[in-house]
Ligand binder design. Structure first.
Ligand code: AP5
Length: 226
């Protein structure tokens, strides 16, 4: 069922945005739009965009609002986004939030449903350094908390699991600092609009999915479907 609404997952690096966005987007039947994934794809294909954003991501800094908004506008113009989408890792700055508000209004969408996935720093470090991602289908694992059945191999498609280049302790520090400086203030921006939900994302993956499912269900005024 189409939902004609945008969902936004906020939260620090390693909070579980990508893990949960895959599940919830599937549940809602909307595309999962991860600006990080889009940029990593551009880097691996060696496009002009990839050549610009690769070094910035490698330093753990934020890519410019101008580039991010251009990428998002192009993606949202595709037909699969007509009825809604789930943003993961976007918006990340106040100008991105304001830009997205304008786009959503022009598309006739309602107010977004925004969820802040909240987790303490100690857990984030464990999650990020333990993360492994399938190089084929993008499935996310964790060597500590969600390992594959066979070490280094994706359960779904047999792809090789790789560690992200920006998951080193040094780069993670920069990413967390960028989050505190530029992205954390967005929770207040959305709280003032009355659209913010906060979920304790330090709980197990299934518990977090359940909490998110409830929020989505309430937002859509539906029961039993999700
Ligand atoms: P991006 O790819 O968006 O990375 P991020 O925000 O730093 O978030 P992560 O992908 O690291 O974490 P996540 O919350 O998705 O966690 P995950 O589900 O994987 O951005 C990367 C870079 O791109 C940025 O630094 C920037 O340079 C650039 N960029 C992207 N978007 C931008 C924008 N809008 N503006 C400017 N620049 C932008 O989970 C992490 C691990 O934890 C996994 O191993 C998982 O298995 C495990 N895990 C998840 N949930 C649980 C749980 N409940 N219990 C136990 N383990 C769990």
């Amino acid at each position: 069922m189409a939902i004609n609404r945008a969902f936004i997952f906020l939260g620090p690096p390693g909070a579980g945005k990508g893990t949960q966005a895959k599940r919830i987007a599937k549940l809602c039947g909307v595309p999962h739009l991860s600006t990080g994934d889009m940029m990593r794809d551009a880097v691996s294909r060696g496009t002009d965009l990839g050549k610009v954003v690769g070094p910035i991501m490698q330093r753990g800094e934020l890519v410019s609002d101008e580039l991010v908004m251009k990428m998002i506008e192009e993606r949202l113009a595709q037909p699969d986004c007509a009825a809604g989408c789930l943003f993961d890792g976007f918006p990340r700055t106040l100008p991105q939030s304001e830009g997205l508000d304008r786009i959503l209004e022009s598309k006739g969408f309602g107010k977004p449903v925004v969820v802040d996935l909240s987790v303490g720093e100690e857990k984030l470090l464990r999650r990020l350094t333990g993360r492994r991602t399938c190089g084929v289908g993008g499935e996310i694992y964790n060597v500590y908390d969600a390992p594959p059945k066979v070490d280094g191999i994706c359960d779904n498609d047999g792809g090789k699991l790789v560690q992200r280049a920006d998951d080193t302790a040094e780069v993670v520090k920069q990413r967390l600092a960028a989050y505190d400086r530029a992205t954390k203030p967005l929770t207040e921006y959305y709280r003032r609009q009355g659209v913010l939900h906060v979920v304790d994302a330090s709980a197990s993956m299934d518990e977090v999915s359940r909490a998110l499912g409830e929020i989505v269900k309430r937002a859509e005024g539906r029961n039993g479907h999700l």
